[in-house]
Design a protein around this ligand. Structure first.
Ligand code: SF4
Length: 399
């Protein structure tokens, strides 16, 4: 199959050797008029660069400060526009994940030409200390043509301003016909070599670029998950209603005589939904967290135990609201193949927290109304917080 040339390439300046441009240069007198006009256009171009902000994390705060009174980037003619359609420069300030990357690329492609890109901060440049994490893109130049890198963690507003000035300089030199090639530090490139070759690397395959473009065309396709419909509205029989009893008394009733010292008490899976309901009735109205962990066979909370089967342990925390707030924490332990009853019918906030634990750990929540992935890309097939998952796993075409 014929491979279409990639749309996104690093500008080598070759376009400025156009034959028409050469004729203009060589016609006596013509350059006098065009040079003045060209200088005026270049001046206008570099003094009216509108930024599309792609600020995702802490660097975004420094980016915002650049517009404040101390630096006041407005005085360079820079206006921040929250739309790609009227912007000239995309400033990527912060960590970009594999789930964001197709959206960022789509926004980049909605910006009209000519356009430029600034990578602000070490996360945008190389992924920084998250670069080996399953979810992080190891540098935005693996899918965007970056013109200026502004290093730092975070770079301060003055550094971003300096980056804008370097970009102005680069544009002016390019408009004068100079071939401005990207500055490369080969030793640094070796150290920060990502699993996906950067756009300006010789080993980069056009297929990689095409795959990224295709992935950005429709990144919102949801995967199919089997709906596990288990009736959850009926209380578990066998428990008398409680009035005025506190959490520990409730635990005793559930057969937890002693509170363990190495973690939350483990509640039988069949009673955990009823426990949540009763606690809510006792004033524990806020769901603080749901956090699951995966334990391989022979391992458990207390360390190595040959009798332990592969299991999930899901911890829940509720608190009472108002002064003198109290916490209720418990855990449920189930073999990996078994689902756990959802709390989505008792606490609305359980909905997305359970989706997160399903996505990252692989716990199935029976009766959940919409058990879809929430953190990872829609086409992910793995659960990265399981013990066997390699920390630096690749996820094509982004990392
Ligand atoms: S480079 Fe540093 S400050 Fe910027 S987003 Fe990354 S961690 Fe935050």
């Amino acid at each position: 199959m014929a491979v279409t040339p990639p749309l996104r390439t690093v500008d080598t300046g070759a376009g400025f050797r156009h034959p028409l441009y050469q004729v203009m240069l060589e016609t006596p007198g013509l350059t006098v008029g065009t040079a003045v006009l060209d200088d005026l256009l270049s001046w206008g171009l570099t003094k009216a660069m509108w930024i599309f902000p792609m600020a995702t994390s802490c660097c975004g705060i420094e980016f915002m400060a650049t517009a404040a009174s101390r630096v006041d980037i407005d005085r360079m003619g820079v206006i921040v526009r929250a739309t790609p359609r009227q912007a000239d420069v995309m400033v990527v300030a912060g960590t970009i994940t594999t789930k964001m990357a197709p959206r960022v690329l789509k926004l980049w492609e909605q910006m009209p030409e000519p356009k430029w890109c600034i990578a602000m901060g070490s996360c945008a440049i190389s992924g920084d200390f998250y670069r080996n994490l399953y979810s992080v893109v190891p540098g935005i130049d693996t899918f965007l043509p970056v013109d200026v890198y502004v290093p730092g963690c975070p770079p301060n507003p003055e550094a971003l301003m300096h980056g804008m000035m370097r970009l102005q300089e680069k544009i002016q030199r390019q408009r004068k016909g100079e071939n401005v090639v990207p500055e490369l530090n080969p030793d640094l490139l070796k150290i920060t070599q990502p699993s996906v070759p950067r756009l300006n690397e010789a080993t980069r395959s056009p297929t990689q670029t095409l795959e990224q473009e295709r992935a950005s065309e429709n990144p919102t396709v949801d995967e199919e998950t089997d709906p596990l419909v288990v009736p959850t509205s009926e209380p578990v029989p066998g428990l008398a209603p409680l009035a005025g009893a506190d959490f520990q008394a409730l635990l005793k009733e559930l057969g937890v005589a002693e509170l363990p010292t190495d973690g939350p008490p483990v509640i039988p899976a069949a009673q955990h939904l009823e426990l949540a309901r009763r606690l809510k009735g006792l004033g524990y109205r806020q769901l603080v967290t749901i956090a699951a962990s995966h334990w391989p066979a022979g391992k458990g909370r207390k360390g190595a135990d040959p009798a332990e089967v592969e299991h999930h342990e899901i911890a829940y925390a509720l608190r009472t609201v108002g002064a003198g707030s109290r916490l209720a924490i418990w855990a449920v332990k189930v073999p990996v193949a078994d689902p756990v009853l959802t709390l989505a019918g008792v606490f609305a906030g359980a909905d997305w927290q359970e989706r997160e634990q399903f996505d990252l750990v692989g716990v199935r929540f029976a009766g959940h109304p919409d058990l879809r992935r929430i953190m990872q890309t829609e086409n992910a097939t793995t659960h990265p917080l399981r013990r066997e998952f390699p920390a630096d796993a690749h996820l094509a075409p982004w990392r």
